[in-house]
Ligand binder design. Structure first.
Ligand code: 13P
Length: 232
């Protein structure tokens, strides 16, 4: 694995299989020369369709059981069988829109690891926590549910910076990444409005081992620019 990680979280995009195949092909071609670990997290349904050689594929979610009567869920062995090597666990959209609880996330991460999948475990505080000065406390609590094992990396994604165009400052990122590494010494990615124009500054921030990118990962040339900043 290369030292730094560039991860694309497509979220619930794009809208068709044709577009997904085309976008993955373009990212695969553009990012090929960059000396980074390159991860792509598409929606489940696109996983078996994407033909990529330079990107490693992962899923945006996983269930904690391996099989059985769990309508609508997808298990770790199923993901492995379509080529996924990683999973995202605990994204704030799943915590806050789908109501996933810390205990659920722990079970998901453990099930993924048991089945040989690597995990990007997401943590992040809400704006009200940051404004009340509770951000370290919130992150410490979320980290209690993270298996502190090989195969787990953390993504620090402050909720107020996701999809808002408002990224955390290098100071805020630097101190939070250092705080996280004191609790669990692993790679820590930053996520939250990482764009072509701010990638250089964010990439040179102490303690940043990579990025988890949402919106800009759907735009090949902008995503390439972010990768270039990370690879420097
Ligand atoms: P944006 O890059 O769109 O802010 O999303 C960040 C994110 O949630 C990645 O998981």
């Amino acid at each position: 694995m290369e030292r730094r990680i560039l991860a694309a979280n497509w979220k619930m995009n794009p809208q068709s299989a044709e577009e997904a195949v085309e976008l993955a092909r373009e990212l695969d071609r553009l990012l090929a020369p960059l000396p980074l670990t390159k991860l792509l997290f598409p929606p489940f349904v696109f996983l078996p369709l994407l033909e990529v050689r330079n990107l490693t594929i992962g899923a945006q979610n996983v269930f904690w059981e391996e099989k059985g009567a769990y309508t609508g869920e997808v298990s770790p062995p199923m993901l492995k069988s379509v080529g996924a090597e990683w999973v995202l666990v605990g994204h704030s959209e799943r915590r806050n829109i789908l109501g996933e609880r810390d205990e659920d996330l722990k079970r998901k991460a453990e099930a993924a690891l048991k089945n040989g999948l690597k995990v990007v475990f997401c943590v992040g505080e809400k704006l009200k926590d940051r404004e009340a000065g509770r951000h370290f406390e919130v992150i410490r609590k979320q980290l209690e549910y993270v298996p502190k094992r090989e195969g787990v990396v953390i993504a620090y994604e402050p909720v107020w910076a996701i999809g808002t165009g408002k990224n955390a400052t290098p100071e805020q990122i630097g101190e939070m990444h250092a705080f996280i590494k004191e609790i669990f010494n692993t790679k820590v990615l930053y996520g939250g409005s990482v764009k072509g124009h701010n990638a250089k500054e964010l990439a040179s921030t102490e303690g940043v081992d990579g990025f988890l990118v949402g919106g800009a990962s759907l735009k090949p040339s902008e995503f390439y620019k972010i990768g270039e900043a990370l690879a420097e």
